[in-house]
Design a protein around this ligand. Structure first.
Ligand code: DP6
Length: 323
């Protein structure tokens, strides 16, 4: 009745931003991401018939009420499909180079899906686990797999799952995260994307954009063309963030430092250094480039940002069981 698993986080190159079915977390569009080696979560699950409710300890702290409700609902689903009736003690640790920041719901729910089902005696493959992780957080669907991963939006629980495109990414694709603000974000992805789907007049155009970008991105991956991957990812991210500006109420995840980082990347490009950026539901910027260009890019970033704000991340692996 015990298992422990480790999952890495992922950063989308073609973003997921909007749910068709909020209960099952079925998105409007496909999405595509890179799993990263530097950021991961380890989670241990122990079912115990003595417990009166689930217990969750994350990074040594009991979770707040909002997270408790989200997590215990997820565990309830695992009990339904496994037939286990006992509550569980869940202990989770986020491994990030600085105290807060990129610890994301993606690695958290991927690790929990794997550990909770294994501890319940289920022996599921990664496709099945990706469907389960999806119910916790959409981006977690992709974190079961390493490298470049596609999430098929599907139309129901059975058809909405992730699939690896290339698990071993060995053509030099790399990302450096610029950690600009590691506080908890004010507008969660969940509420941000919900507002956008309801009120952003450009949402129908976004669905077309993603369809197009998925095809183009997969072509660029097949061609191992890091420049093209960066170009498509950057434009896709900007178009996602444009939806937020056009929502009612309008909002943005950018802060002044975000704009400063983006301007610096543009400057580097003007100097002939190939690098691009992407951003998720927060101000931190992730720079996309070929690893051969890393020294030049880091040198330029180090002038503007502190050493501890810059985290180099390489493609990372899929789910692993520990112990
Ligand atoms: C901008 O997976 O955090 O990072 O499904 O509501 O838990 P929920 O949202 P979440 O959203 C991630 C949004 C994104 C883009 C992406 O990862 O594809």
């Amino acid at each position: 009745m015990y298992a422990k698993a480790k999952a890495h986080t992922n950063i989308a190159l073609v973003k997921y931003w909007g749910k068709k079915d909020a209960e099952l977390i079925i998105p409007y569009t496909d999405s595509l991401s890179l799993t990263l080696d530097e950021f991961y979560t380890t989670t241990a699950v122990q079912y115990d018939s003595q417990l009166q409710h689930d217990e969750f300890v994350i990074d040594g702290q009991p979770v707040n009420e909002k997270n408790f409700i989200k997590l215990t609902k997820f565990m309830q689903y695992i009990r339904e499909i496994s037939g286990v009736t006992a509550f569980a003690k869940v202990t989770s640790t986020n491994h990030v180079p600085i105290s807060a920041g990129l610890a994301s719901s993606a690695s958290a729910f991927a690790a929990l899906a794997a550990a909770a089902t294994k501890a319940a005696g289920m022996n599921l493959n990664r496709t099945e686990l990706s469907r389960i992780a999806r119910r916790g957080s959409g981006s977690a669907t992709r974190s079961l797999f390493g490298g470049l991963v596609e999430w098929h939006h599907g139309t129901d629980d059975a058809t909405s799952f992730a699939e690896p495109i290339q698990e071993r990414v060995d053509f030099g694709l790399e990302m450096t995260a610029i950690m600009l603000d590691t506080n908890i974000k004010k507008i969660s992805s969940r509420s941000g994307m919900q507002n956008v789907v309801k009120t952003s007049p450009y949402y129908p155009a976004w669905i077309d954009v993603v369809q197009h970008d998925m095809v183009a991105m997969k072509q660029a991956i097949r061609a191992q063309d890091v420049t093209r991957i960066g170009q498509i990812a950057e434009l896709n991210a900007m178009r996602m963030h444009a939806l937020n500006l056009a929502a009612d109420p309008s909002f943005t995840y950018f802060n002044a430092d975000t704009l400063r980082a983006m301007a610096l990347i543009h400057d580097l490009r003007n100097q002939g250094i190939n690098c691009y950026y992407t951003l998720d539901a927060g101000p931190n910027v992730k720079v996309i480039y070929h690893k051969n260009d890393r020294p030049k890019i880091l040198k330029a970033l180090q002038i503007e940002f502190r050493e501890d704000q810059l985290v180099v991340a390489k493609p990372g692996p899929g789910i692993q069981y520990l112990d």
